[in-house]
Design a binder for this molecule. Structure first.
Ligand SMILES: CC1=C(CCC(=O)O)c2cc3nc(cc4[nH]c(cc5[nH]c(cc1n2)c(C)c5CCC(=O)O)c(CCC(=O)O)c4C)C(CCC(=O)O)=C3C
Ligand SMILES: [Fe+2]
Length: 368
C-alpha cells in the first residue's frame, strides 16, 4: 500500500515567525527601542547591547540565519510534495508580522500555520509572539478579516530538536581529549523570575519555562552518558540578563558559574545553548565572546556546542510539527511525538497562560 501523501490542509500558507534583528548600524537603536518599549531596561544596558551590535557592523546574524532556514523549510516542504507559500515575519525588524499578513493576503491565503524560532513556554517565548500577531492582523484591518492564524505547539519536547542537540553534543564532546571530564552547561536566556513563576497554563504551579529546560537538559545528559559510557554532570545556567539590578532574574549567570567551577577544577566547560535554535547575538556575543573570555581568564577550556539550525533533523522536525498541527486542525486524533517526560503543551494556548504581567492584550492562537 502506498503511504498517504502528506496533507497540510486546511492550511494554505506557512509563516516562519521570529524575533528579528538589525542589519545596519542605523537600524540598531530603533530596533533596541522597539524591543524594550515600555520595559524597565536601564539606559546603560541598552548602550552596552548597542555596542555588541556595532562591534559587528550593526548586523545581527539572526535574519540571515532565518533566510537560510526559510529556504530549507521551502525545500523540505517541496520535497514532501507540499506546494504552499512559506512566508517570514518578525516581531522586531522587517519583514514585520504585518508585512507577512499582507503577503499572505496577496497570495490568496485564508488559513496560515505559524512556526516560531522559539521552542519554549513563557511570556517572552510564546504569548508575546501571539500578541504581536494579533496586533499585526489588527493593523492590516478589514482586509484580514477572513484570515485565520494558527501556530504549532511549543516544540521543546519534539524528538527532532532533542536528537539534533544530542548529535551536536556528542560531536563536541568527542572532540575533547577526555570527554568524561567535561562539565556540561545548558544555557538559556534569563528572564525575570516573575515571568518564569507565571509561565505555563495558569492552573498549575508555574515555572514551566525552567521546567522544560531542565527536562531537556536531563534527557540530553542521560543520553550523552549512555552513549559515551561517562558520568558527565550537566546543569542549567542563564545568559543575557537585562532589567534593573533590583529586579530578580533567573540565575546563575553562565559567566559566574564558569568562575565558580574554575575555582575547584580546570576541567573543560561545554556550553550547549539549548534556549536558542540558531547562532544569533545571544550565542555569538554572550557565549562565543563573553563566556569564552571568562573561561580563558580563569583558565578552563571552553567549547560551545553548535545550535540545531543547520541540522537536517531539525528542519524535518519543523515540517513534522506543521503536519501534526494540520491533522489536529482537520479534527484527526493526534498523538504528539515527544522525547521528554511531562505534558506536551497544546497548540491552542489556554486562557491566561504565560500572562503579560503589565497589561492584558489580545493574542491569536489561543482559546481566550
Ligand atoms: C526568553 C527570551 C528569548 C528566547 C525566545 C525567543 O527567541 O524569542 C529571547 C530571544 C532574543 N532576544 C533578542 C534580543 C534582545 N532581547 C532583549 C531583551 C529581553 N529578552 C528577553 C527574553 C528573551 N529574549 C527579556 C525578558 C528581555 C527584557 C525586555 C523584555 O521584557 O522584553 C533585548 C533588549 C536589550 C537587552 O536587555 O538585552 C534585545 C536586543 C534576540 C535577537 C538577537 C539578535 O539580534 O541576534 C533574540 C532571538
Ligand atoms: Fe531577548
Amino acid at each position: 500500500m502506498a503511504p498517504t501523501p502528506p496533507d497540510l490542509s486546511p492550511y494554505d500558507a506557512v509563516l516562519l515567525g521570529s524575533f528579528g534583528g538589525p542589519e545596519t548600524e542605523d537600524e540598531v537603536m530603533p530596533f533596541l527601542r522597539r524591543v524594550t518599549a515600555g520595559r524597565d531596561i536601564p539606559d546603560a544596558r541598552l548602550a552596552a547591547v548597542g555596542e555588541h551590535y556595532y562591534a559587528r557592523g550593526g548586523r545581527s546574524p539572526i535574519n540571515d540565519l532565518n533566510r537560510d532556514l526559510l529556504a530549507r523549510l521551502r525545500d523540505e516542504l517541496a520535497w514532501r510534495g507540499l506546494d504552499v507559500p512559506v512566508l517570514w515575519g518578525n516581531r522586531n525588524s522587517e519583514p514585520f508580522f504585518a508585512d507577512a499578513v499582507h503577503e499572505a493576503l496577496d497570495r490568496g491565503a485564508t488559513r496560515v500555520v505559524t512556526v516560531l524560532t522559539s521552542a519554549y513556554s513563557c511570556y517572552s517565548s510564546c504569548r508575546q509572539y501571539r500578541e504581536d500577531l494579533a496586533a499585526a492582523v489588527e493593523a492590516v484591518g478589514p482586509a484580514a478579516d477572513g484570515l485565520q492564524v494558527d501556530k504549532v505547539r511549543p516544540y521543546v519536547h519534539h524528538p527532532s530538536l532533542g536528537r539534533a542537540w544530542l548529535d551536536n553534543l556528542l560531536e563536541s564532546l568527542r572532540g575533547l581529549p577526555e570527554p568524561g571530564r567535561a562539565r556540561l552547561l545548558f544555557v538559556t536566556h534569563s528572564v525575570p523570575t516573575a515571568m518564569d513563576d507565571t509561565s505555563g497554563p495558569g492552573d498549575g504551579d508555574g515555572n514551566l519555562y525552567v521546567d522544560q529546560h531542565l527536562r531537556l537538559a536531563h534527557r540530553l545528559t542521560d543520553e550523552v552518558n549512555a552513549v559515551l559510557g561517562t558520568a558527565i554532570e550537566g546543569e542549567l545556567v542563564f545568559c543575557s540578563r537585562s532589567g534593573p539590578p533590583s529586579q530578580p532574574w533567573l540565575e546563575p549567570d553562565v559567566n559566574d558559574r564558569i568562575e565558580e567551577l574554575a575555582a575547584v577544577s580546570s576541567d573543560p566547560v561545554v556550553c550547549a545553548p539549548i534556549g536558542f535554535v540558531s547562532d544569533h547575538m545571544e550565542v555569538v556575543h554572550d557565549l562565543d565572546t563573553e563566556a569564552a573570555e571568562t573561561a580563558e581568564r580563569v583558565g578552563v577550556p571552553f567549547v560551545r556546542v553548535p545550535t540545531p539550525h543547520a541540522s537536517e533533523a531539525f528542519v524535518k522536525g519543523l515540517v513534522d510539527l506543521l503536519l501534526e498541527r494540520a491533522a489536529e486542525a482537520r479534527g484527526e486524533v493526534v498523538v504528539a511525538d515527544t522525547w521528554l517526560p511531562g505534558d506536551v503543551r497544546p497548540s491552542v494556548c489556554a486562557p491566561g497562560c504565560c500572562p503579560n504581567l503589565r497589561a492584558a492584550k489580545p493574542a491569536l492562537c489561543g482559546s481566550d
